[in-house]
Ligand binder design. Sequence first.
Ligand code: KIV
Length: 259
Amino acid sequence: MNTKIKKILKKKNKSKIVCLTAYSKRIASILDKHCDIILVGDSLGSVLYNYKSTKEVTLKTMINHSKSVRLGVNKSIMIVDMPYNTYRNPKEALKNAKLVMKETKCDGVKLEGGKKIIPIVKNLVKNRIPVMGHVGILPQTDKKFTFKGKKQKESDRILNDTKLLEKAGVFSVVLECIEIKLSKQITEKVKIPTIGIGSSVNCDGQVLVIDDLIGMSESKFKFVKKYVDVSKIINIAVKKYKSEVQKKQFPKTKHSFKN
Ligand code: KIV
């Protein structure tokens, strides 16, 4: 495990871990100053490509975006989502995760799932690939996106899955849309940092999709907070540009070349 990851692990019970998604260099370089973890999430399928589900995201797409993100990341650790159907068994997962690590120079990969993926996680960790887990709502396979932990049986399963993932060697785990008391219980029961999305302040850190935070998406999820409306700013700039082009106010001589 690299020293940057070790530093993040030490934050548990001391200071909150800040994580955001990025899909390209420029945004990544802005986030890098503020984040501990930058995640190249397969959420890019819906955010950038308008896919109905993350199932459509390919390994090639993840690698291409991650290469761009890599150019903007220096300080933070960069984690890449392994897309759907690229880690169906230990052998396939190792082959694909090795490719992702080699091509993107990322610090680790993230996989969705609990008990079922334990042999896969173990094989990656054995081969020195840092793995981040992901429990709660699993966008790659869940049919319904309702919060988890309504029933005791479900809560027990998620807690057990997280403990199994910890034992298998994940360095951290994303908790997606997990009920408040359950996220507290999980965070207290495991030694690895929990990173929440829609899982309350009880987690060791938080993650959001950057486009949601800056107002560049149509996301209406309860757990999203829009901190700024960048689309409004773009609108103002483009309107002004259009008007200046139409009135021949742009470009001026200073924007032009003259012998
Ligand atoms: O794909 C993604 O962006 C994610 C985060 C939202 C946790 O998995």
